[in-house]
Design a protein around this ligand. Sequence first.
Ligand code: GDG
Length: 520
Amino acid sequence: MNDRPAPTDTTTAEKYAFVVVSNRLPVDYKVGSDGDPSWEHSPGGLVTALEPVMRANDGAWVGWAGQADLEFAPFENDGITVVPVPLSDEEVERYYEGFSNDTLWPLYHDVIATPSYHRLWWEAYVRVNQRFADRAAEVAEQGGVVWVQDYQMQLVPKMLRDARPDLTIGFFNHIPFPSLNIFSQLPWREQILEGLLGADVIGFQRADDASNFSRSVRHLLGHATSRPYIEVPVDDEDAPVSRRGKKVRRVLAKQFPISIDAAAYEELAKRPDIQARAKEIREGLGNPKTVMLGVDRLDYTKGIRHRMKAFGELLADGRLSVEDATLVQVASPSRERVETYKTLRDEIELTVGRINGDYATMSHTAISYHHHGYPREEMVALYLAADIMLVTALRDGMNLVAKEYVAVRFDNDGILILSEFAGAADELRSSLLVNPHDIGGLKNTIMRAIEMPRRDRSTRMRALRRRVLDNDVAKWSADFLAALENVRPGHQLAAPVRGATIAPVSHGPADSDDRSQGAA
Ligand code: GDG
């Protein structure tokens, strides 16, 4: 249950200078086992970053409350107006589990899994995007700023611009944007590009994502691009006939790499009870010489099987024993109604069973596997307990786990093994970068990490920490909003009070699906 004051209803007639639109709200509607309903605050990085801007600007957050077939009036929660958008059970199935998670997600992650294309899912996606856009158009004040989040909402910018040309509109894509030849598979590719181009600023995680997008726009829509700008032709009926069709609107498409509330993670890591818990975790594992850790939503993009294969082979080759090293894998439940995710879970659990069956002893396990969400304190204790953090994603927009591990290691120890296919690899150059498809290379990198002297570990960790602490999520949102304000200089937002961003400690999501940023 939530210990916050009960929400108060606000009227829909109210208007807001700053509106965020995302699939999920920063609060979830929950009904407890006693039948009592409550609103639970779910502070991910995005909520933490945007809350101060919202409070300073009288902001509203438009999104879904996480329960199908329920309608709620807007209400105020902790200084922010929450504007719930209803979804029917069928819409959750078609727009969210279907088009968002079984069409766009695999397509945008380089078709690691095969995307499904269904016209009924697309129709639901259009309908739901229109509903979110309508709601945002109703609550945004004249000349206001609207920031749309992520791949579930790609049509909202154009829908909003059509309804409210006075608004300044931003869009941020939390996941990769694929190359032209992959994106071209999508039967509705032009509509998606046009939807996004309704924004004034389109943010991506990596420079490569932004250039993939610009290339798709150039080839599929024929618009001129001059990095980082795209020239979108606009109808100009007042212009003389000779000048018609010449007017363009410039859209900025560039990278704004997202980050975490680094100070809040470091603060947790310094707590004596959390440090004691880290020690206890190592003891519970039988004090192996090296503890390796993986933390992921159970998703096929994360490369969980690849890291298990590498570790299993190191045990089989005799290069490691279970007394030397244990792998702790937290795989938080995700998208459990989507078939590919059910199959993946079975495969991973079979692998864990086999490796443990072959190599575990009575006192030492090989893989300590956990299919749960944990409270954030426990995640921080795990990061502190881990000598090596394994991030082996096959494709990942950013990967916040890599940044969280670095933020927590104020002792300047610990090694990050990081996939070059995660967005974080652009910034975290002092990690040990790997190609997770190259199992031989991954095994050698794990051994290199295990054998690395303390001085080298510390040099690397210091460089990583500078990067993460200097580029936190508050800087990310400030940079994005500054770019939006540049587009239309008249549309200034009030600056948030800095230092007011430390989030309350979250509890591990029962289903951490897309909850990282509260964005999805
Ligand atoms: C998408 C993009 C991009 C995980 N298990 C637990 C838990 N978590 C938290 C982690 C981290 C978050 O969930 C996961 O974030 P990632 O960035 O690693 O990945 P996605 O969920 O796929 O997020 C991604 C991100 O959006 C932001 O733009 O970086 O590329 O795919 O914060 O700590 N947290 C708790 N208990 C758990 O069991 N408390």
